[in-house]
Write a protein that binds this ligand. Structure first.
Ligand SMILES: Cc1cc2nc3c(=O)[nH]c(=O)nc-3n(C[C@H](O)[C@H](O)[C@H](O)COP(=O)(O)OP(=O)(O)OC[C@H]3O[C@@H](n4cnc5c(N)ncnc54)[C@H](O)[C@@H]3O)c2cc1C
Length: 375
């Protein structure tokens, strides 16, 4: 039988994940994390949906989500999958949509090739769901601006070569009040610190970014003056639709493993899978998995016009993932409470309800699109 290019990609990805120690749920040491990142870049994963002229793989969105599902199948949704997703949807996609030719050459291309890493910096200590309450300032300075502020929960912060930083321009009000700036990590006044999620993707390289009077030339503003909110909305719509694609692969892997366990594990002289209560629970896991996959793949077929679909994808996938993890824990009995990989996956699933906007915010967005004003 002829091997298709997607079979080849899948087998190379499987080999890479196994060799890198991805998928155990444990945090990779920094050097191994970066090695795995570069290898994913060589495989074309970090540039999947981006044009080849910018170093991307030129894959369609449906092909991209299938490849990201494969990543989750082999590596789970650990730190690396989060890093890939946050960068792909909240940095690379806005760079492609709003970047100048020079910005695409200098910043998008190395990301697509896996030769650099970037981080989206929106959230602040007191501005998470209410992101428009952000305090970071971009004060005019020469032909550019001087950025001061602190961003938290930033995926890739400790390893990033540059950041997309959203900041408020003094004197501007309402939807035009934000600018989005590309800030290289070597900029004077920029520092980062790392933290670990106690309940979340265990291997994530997350942290805080501090900016103290960072001078940013006008050539590094992404989009026009006052277009920061538009850039933000684009980034979030993409992230909500696709960031959990690897989680669907992780759900599939977990279901297969749990079903195999139920066929093997004996109680009262029978395989536990022969008890209807157990079999139905596995069937529920399968139903959620198939519904998630269908919703995700449908989202990949829709154009960018967002009627609340992206919020529905993110909310449904994260809730289904949590439900499947809880079923998997309980179906393993006490073993489920001693399985570090399963505990890590449950933590990541719970965090997925919060990241990219909490599910309450997703429901607010869906309600808004239906003409309902919810506070
Ligand atoms: C794993 C992970 C990765 C992340 N990566 C990034 C990243 O790369 N870059 C980045 O900038 N940020 C990132 N974040 C931050 C994330 O976007 C925020 O945590 C999220 O938007 C929620 O903000 P908050 O934590 O301040 O919670 P809060 O906004 O304080 O919310 C607390 C509670 O109040 C509820 N609530 C708040 N406002 C409303 C409302 N209007 N209606 C109904 N309920 C409401 C929330 O739903 C929640 O239950 C990440 C977070 C996680 C967990």
């Amino acid at each position: 039988m002829k091997t298709s290019s997607s079979d080849l990609f899948e087998s190379r990805l499987a080999g890479l994940c196994a060799a890198s120690g991805l998928g155990s749920g444990a945090a990779l040491p920094r050097a191994r994390f970066l090695r795995a990142w570069k290898a994913l870049g060589r495989l074309g994963l970090t540039g999947l949906p981006f044009p080849t002229k910018f170093g991307g793989s030129g894959r369609s969105l449906p092909e991209t989500v299938r490849a990201l599902e494969s990543l989750g199948r082999h590596a789970g949704f650990d730190g690396l999958a989060l890093s890939v997703g946050a960068q792909m949807w909240a940095v690379q996609s806005p760079l492609l949509e709003f970047g100048t030719p020079e910005q695409k050459r200098r910043f998008l291309e190395p990301l697509c090739r896996g030769k650099a890493m970037a981080a989206p910096a929106m959230t602040e200590k007191d501005a998470g769901s209410g992101v428009l309450g952000m305090k970071a300032l971009a004060e005019p300075s020469g032909s550019g601006c001087r950025v001061t502020g602190e961003k938290t929960c930033v995926t890739n912060a400790p390893l990033a070569d540059f950041f997309l930083v959203w900041a408020r321009v003094p004197g501007r009000q309402g939807p035009m009040s934000l600018d989005c700036l590309i800030v290289p990590s070597g900029t004077r006044g920029l520092s980062t610190s790392a933290f670990r999620w106690e309940l979340g993707p265990a291997g994530a390289a997350s942290g805080t970014v501090r900016l103290k009077g960072c001078e940013v030339p006008a050539s590094l503003r992404l989009g026009r003056p006052g277009q920061g909110l538009t850039v933000f909305l684009h980034a979030m719509a993409q992230e909500r639709r696709f960031i959990l694609a690897p989680a669907v692969g992780a759900m599939e892997r977990r279901l297969l493993e749990t079903a195999a366990f139920a066929r093997e594990r004996q109680q009262s002289g029978r395989a536990i899978g022969s008890f209807q209560a157990v079999a139905h629970r596995l069937a529920d896991m399968k139903i959620r998995l198939e519904a998630c996959r269908a919703l995700l793949r449908q989202a990949a077929l829709e154009d960018a016009a967002d009627d609340g679909c992206s919020a529905a994808v993110k909310a449904f996938l994260s809730e289904s993932w949590v439900a499947n993890c809880l079923d998997a824990v309980e179906l393993h009995g006490a073993r489920g409470c001693r399985d570090a990989g399963l505990a890590a996956e449950l933590g990541a699933a719970l965090a997925s309800r919060i990241m990219s906007g909490t599910n309450e915010i997703q429901k607010n967005l869906i309600a808004l699109r239906m003409g309902l004003k919810s506070s």
